[in-house]
Write a protein that binds this ligand. Sequence first.
Ligand code: NOJ
Length: 463
Amino acid sequence: MEKFLWGSATAAYQCEGAWNVDGKGNSIWDDFCHSEANVKGITGDVSCDFYHHYKEDIRMMAECGQTTYRFSISWSRILPKEDHVVNEAGFKFYDDVLAECKKYNIVPNVTLVHYDLPDYIGNKGGWLYDKVADEFAYYASVVFKHFGDRIPLYVTINEPTHNASCAYLTGNYPPNEKNVNHYAKCIYNMVMCNAKAIREFRKLDLNAKIGLVHASCSADILVDSEEYRVAQRNCEWFINGCVLDPAIKGEFDKDFVLKVKESNIDLSFVNEDDLAIIKENTIDFLGQNAYCRNVVKPYTTGETKVTVNNSGKGPAREGKIIKGWFESDFNDSMKLNKWGREIYPKCIYNCLIRRKKAYGDIPIYITECGHGAYDVADENGYVEDDDRIAFLNDFIYWILKAKEEGCNVKGFYVWSTMDLYSWINGYEKRYGLVRVDYNDPELPRIPKKSYYWYKEFIKEHSL
Ligand code: NOJ
């Protein structure tokens, strides 16, 4: 029987650094971080410099007993300009990373785009650009042809709904907008990117699988009434169904589409040819990230608004008001992290059970699970991150319980392999199993207590 995979994850812009070396083009995150819109002024220019430390990082994964590594490819390292000329140095870097994984029998799980569109796509409208799906499919085919089945698990897009929400509802990710119509078009184009990339993938008949990584766990309600159940269903459509239905079942839910139309959201971009492509090109597996749930109640009043807590200073709660659909509810008895998010490990069990009900036995990898914290290191740089250990341990407990009850879970990835750039939260919100000392130019890696805990855990749970 196939072994359950235990590993950890990173993403290109968050860990590679080397933002302008060896022929790499700029991504929208390079541009955003170097612009005035980046109020905190923190960038991923260097980060933990995985570009030059990958051997050490992969060796440490192997020494921890990890059997899989999820990372992403920087599109603008492979195709730096819109002329489609390949940057061979970009290929070489990922060839080297893959060779290093192979040396330790670590299974690579590789995402094609983790938020970082090339700037030449961004300048034409980014995810709203009418040809973004064709451009993405072209890039994907270049990657599939070059790496082939050296990558057994491909992921098209990381967290479409979260990316779209931050970019077009909250406005904390580039292009920093608050526009529901753009949000809808972004989601649609991402669904098309996924389908068109899969169409390229199938042409090659590789010995590999392709999936998509999804952000949200399921939506919960605190009151069992008809009105609340409607709010819950609306939220499920909004955060899950809008992407998972077309990606897994090949079509949008008809009642969902009606609801979108009733909300006067402009759907003029939808066309029959696209819907046929979606129908024929669905994913082989689902990557499900596991952080927290959405608690909702019926919509009361106000315009659509999505807020997040990027300060980490106290309990300000993240919240959504989606006009006419639902709004956030809060259970005040729950434990919260410093960014105001609930710590509720059972959410992943509920999510997996509901995914099984909605989508059957599609294989699921838990592609991220992690605890953000202000770590405190001792004089040797050692971090006793007991909270992180408890968080991971409890989430894994519920994941394995769902697996025992028949959910088709095939692997688990801690977010993150080592400390890295955490988008708008910068560097102080840390998730790594391994500490990176950013004050030392050598960027030394020091395993945390959670690294040793994970090592023992994997040893005891070789499933
Ligand atoms: C999900 C995203 O994929 C990743 O990039 C991010 O850093 C983590 N969540 C933690 O917030």
